[in-house]
Design a binder for this molecule. Structure first.
Ligand code: UDP
Length: 151
């Protein structure tokens, strides 16, 4: 089973969308294996978004993501990295398909309510940045055998 890193950004928390967003992931059959509410330090934010450090939007992004609490999650499931990126939708919510989280709940790229890792390498890196291994849980969903075809 593949793990991915999800973060509900400050606008998702303040707009009280956490329940709706998490429900979409859960109803799809994905499993929450770790969750943590925290206010990100500038240091952690810069590390998390290091690939964007030379981009013009970087400072605004860091100001925004550190401005209020976020909810960090580790999600597990078959092909979870690609699948959650599809559920989340395009970076610019105005280009995100209706039915996606960004396509249904957001309007601006700088306020696009959720982060999801974009590759196995970034998922591994981001999970390690936010969670210790003992904060990630191993348990069985009773309907796993119904959700996944055996074999
Ligand atoms: N971002 C922004 N302006 C831009 C591009 C990106 O504010 O022009 C922010 C936005 O919050 C986005 C994050 O930077 O989610 C990371 O950008 P990336 O291209 O990695 O998009 P994502 O993987 O989040 O879809």
């Amino acid at each position: 089973m593949e793990r991915t890193f999800i973060m509900l950004k400050p606008d998702a928390i303040q707009r009280r969308l956490t329940g709706k967003i998490i429900t979409r992931l859960e109803e799809r059959g994905l499993k929450i294996v770790a969750a943590k509410m925290l206010q990100i330090t500038r240091e952690l934010a810069m590390e998390h978004y290091q690939e964007h450090k030379n981009k013009p939007f970087f400072n605004n992004l860091i100001d925004y993501i550190t401005s209020a609490p976020v909810l960090a999650l580790v999600i597990e499931g078959e092909n979870s990295i690609k699948l959650t990126r599809k559920i989340v939708g395009a970076t610019n919510p105005q280009e995100a398909d209706p039915g996606t989280i960004r396509g249904d709940f957001a309007l601006h790229t700088g306020r696009n309510i959720i982060h999801a890792s974009d590759s196995p390498k970034s998922a591994e890196r981001e999970i390690k940045l936010f969670f210790n291994e003992d904060e990630i849980y191993d348990y069985t969903m009773p309907d796993e055998k119904i959700i996944y075809e055996p074999g």
